[in-house]
Design a protein. Structure first.
Length: 197
């Protein structure tokens, strides 16, 4: 009788441990989804700041119309492409989203470079505030992307390794590998500004 109770206790402990381990995949999935939401939140914050920044710079640099159009178009495109948590395993969708965000980042870089040529703009309090907010947003985007990359790595390793691969295939067949964020060649380039006509 004593041995039977010991066996039941051991089996119950193993079953509890297995269930806890199986549920950890849900936590990893939700963590990666939450990190992606934070990435989207920071991109949205940047997109919301762009119109104010453009209008402020426009007042000083009226003849730089192409730069303003590029920023406005890039912002518009970045707002049209969205990726929700259910699309995080779709590589093409992630690449399209990141291309739109990279285009906006590049256009903003050109706008900031143009602004450097206007001394009275650089002293304008509204511009300085917007520039500071935009810089802070870019830093937040970087941190959010890093956190998402770490969460995706942890999630992908868990569902690809043993015994996680088998547990996921049995209990969570809908779980797929999530796509990370890659840095494009365009994103690595410094913005170029030319005042040649």
């Amino acid at each position: 009788m004593k041995n039977l109770i010991s066996v039941i206790v051991v089996i119950a402990a193993l079953a509890f441990g297995a269930l806890k381990y199986a549920n950890s995949f849900v936590e990893l999935d939700e963590n990666a989804n939450a990190k992606w939401s934070q990435v989207l939140n920071q991109y949205k914050r940047r997109a919301d700041l762009v119109p104010n920044l453009v209008e402020t710079v426009k007042g000083y640099a009226a003849h730089e119309q192409k730069v303003f159009e590029d920023v406005t178009n890039a912002r518009s495109k970045s707002m049209q492409v969205s990726v929700d948590a259910s699309s995080l395993s779709d590589e093409a969708k992630i690449k399209e989203f990141m291309a739109a965000q990279n285009s906006l980042g590049s256009a903003l870089g050109r706008l900031m470079a143009v602004s450097e040529n206007y001394p009275e703009l650089k002293a304008n309090q509204n511009f300085l505030s917007l520039q500071s907010q935009l810089e802070g947003t870019e830093n937040r985007i970087s941190v959010a992307r890093r956190d998402y990359i770490d969460a995706v790595k942890e999630y992908n390793v868990a569902i690809r390794s043993f015994p996680g691969k088998f547990i996921v295939s049995i209990f969570y067949p809908e779980m797929k590998l999530k796509q990370g964020i890659e840095v494009s060649d365009e994103e690595m380039k410094n913005p170029k500004v030319s005042f040649d006509k």
